[in-house]
Design a protein around this ligand. Structure first.
Ligand code: KIV
Ligand code: ZN
Length: 511
């Protein structure tokens, strides 16, 4: 039997990036897009081109790198946004413009201050203009969940006539119950028939994003919009991994549908997003949480030993969760073993990136006896997602943390020149960051600081993530640092944030 494809539209790079503290640099976005393509998502919403020059740049670069997924940019229903979106995705192999305007009474009256007729006109204008750039146009009725169904039909007729081929019905505020979403989707898909694909985009304010998306599929939706780890505005979006695995594991109920997702890429995708954003899924998060496949109680463990299916409805392998290191590397491992190991972990690096990663691996191997898969994944991801290195840490010396005044001596390389500075602070981190600021001439306010051991053991690699705000009217920047010494990792993270900020500032000046 021919199954119908449920298109997976991933918006981690757009709605997901709207999670507080989740803003990413261009290199990070490119690596995520490459991973999403590997995962098999049909459409990658790469960003909101008109939002900032940095967003535009990232979308443009993603459009040039990705070939097997459609690359999409969001645009409000205004000419300037649609133009930016069209230009940013121009070079994509498959491209889509996603334009939207609010359709609920409360949004039209209070936010847009427009009449329903004016909203229809704006929507039609945006779709018609988008068609000048691309064939594939999606139109979203923002806050469809609280919109009048008659108005949804009317605006859909108008935008379909103007050339939209996907009508998205977002539950923008996560208000709907599954039965209500099901009814809205059934009415709208019966009404639009084969004139357009009906899509859903469910927010998770009541924890119903995934349930609502599944109910929508049963009622005629053929595209679901979602994010990895459920990232997104407020309580987030429906989680891609949960929707996809529910469709697969419950193939009895969803017998007529399938997705193009390679489920074995789910776990690597989840880890990449968590490492880049510094936002870890809760431990008991379905599918990708740390405990999702752990069995703690004796009765469960006993059952598992007898037959895994007693307590496991899907295998960890099915989501690409590799439980054991196949080969642990150490300081005597050569380049070939290193390259082979990276290939097994799913990394194919170009020569320069491979050389740099190998160099870092060797330095790490001098300090750490055994290097595990997680260490390598963290190290290579860190190497591949770095912004242009304006500043580079050369050395760090610290003095007295208990009785005297904590002080740091930092040496940084900038454009080939080494600069040495010292400074004091309330504690070591304060002293390090203040000294880095003295050298760079840029002051930031620290919004978040997280440290995590990548693996177990006293010699574990410390992974530090900082969130820094360098200017009041721009989103805070994330920086990452890795080292067996937490203080060095912290210095690297702060310098990483500075470099990301400067690469975005550079974009501001360029356009
Ligand atoms: O939640 C929402 O309504 C959106 C639209 C822009 C699709 O994110
Ligand atoms: Zn949304």
């Amino acid at each position: 039997m021919n199954k119908e494809i449920i298109k997976i539209f991933d918006t981690t790079l757009r709605d997901g990036e709207q999670s507080p503290g989740a803003s990413m640099n261009t290199e990070e976005k490119i690596q995520i897009a490459i991973q999403l393509e590997k995962l098999g998502v049909d459409i990658i919403e790469a960003g909101f081109a008109a939002a900032s020059p940095g967003d535009f740049d990232a979308i443009e670069k993603i459009a040039q790198r990705v070939t097997n997924s459609t690359v999409c940019s969001l645009a409000r229903a205004i000419d300037a946004d649609v133009k930016s979106a069209g230009e940013a995705i121009a070079k994509a192999n498959m491209k889509r413009i996603h334009t939207f305007i609010a359709t609920s009474k409360i949004h039209m009256e209070h936010k847009l201050k427009m009449t329903p007729d004016e909203v229809i006109q704006r929507a039609v204008r945006a779709v018609s203009y988008a068609k000048e750039f691309v064939e594939d146009v999606e139109f979203s009725c923002e806050d469809a969940g609280r919109s009048d169904i008659g108005f949804l039909k009317e605006i859909s007729d108008a935008v379909i006539d103007a050339g939209a081929s996907t009508i998205n019905l977002p539950d923008t505020v996560g208000y709907k119950l599954p039965s209500e979403i099901g009814e809205m989707v059934r009415i709208m898909s019966d009404y639009t028939k084969n004139r357009a694909i009906i899509s859903v985009h469910n927010h998770n304010d009541l924890g119903l994003g995934v349930a609502n998306s599944l109910e929508a599929v049963l009622n005629g939706a053929r595209q679901v919009e979602c994010t990895i780890n459920g990232l997104g505005e407020r309580a987030g979006n429906a989680a891609l991994e949960e929707i996809v695995m529910a469709l697969k594991v419950r193939s009895d109920t969803f017998a007529n549908y399938e997705t193009n997702i390679n489920t074995q890429e789910i776990y690597p995708s989840s880890r990449l997003i968590a490492n880049i954003t510094g936002i870890e899924p809760q431990p008991n998060k379905a599918i990708v949480g740390k405990n999702a496949f752990s069995h703690e109680s004796g009765i469960h463990q006993d059952g598992m030993l007898k037959n895994r299916e007693t307590y496991e409805i899907m295998s960890p392998e099915s989501i690409g969760l590799i439980k054991e290191d196949t080969l642990v590397l150490g300081k005597h491992s050569g380049r070939a073993a290193f390259k082979d190991k990276l290939a097994k972990l799913g990394f194919t690096l170009e020569e320069e990136a491979l050389n740099k990663s190998f160099e870092r691996f060797k330095l790490l191997a001098d300090r750490k006896k055994e290097i595990h898969d997680a260490d390598l994944t963290a190290l290579v991801t860190n190497e591949m997602t770095k912004a242009t290195q304006v500043f580079e840490l050369v050395s760090l010396q610290l003095m007295d943390c208990s009785n005297g005044v904590p002080s740091a001596v930092v040496k940084i390389k900038k454009e080939g020149k080494e600069i040495l500075e010292s400074g004091i602070g309330a504690g070591m981190i304060d002293a390090i960051f203040k000294t880095i600021e003295k050298i760079s001439g840029l002051q930031g306010s620290l919004k978040g600081y997280k440290v995590k051991a990548v693996t177990e053991g006293k010699d574990a690699l410390a992974s530090v993530t900082v969130t820094v705000s360098f200017s009041n009217n721009e989103p805070a920047i994330i920086g990452h640092g890795l080292h067996v010494d937490t203080m060095v990792a912290s210095a690297r993270a702060y310098i990483g944030a500075l470099n990301s900020y400067l690469s975005m500032e550079g974009m501001l000046k360029k356009r």
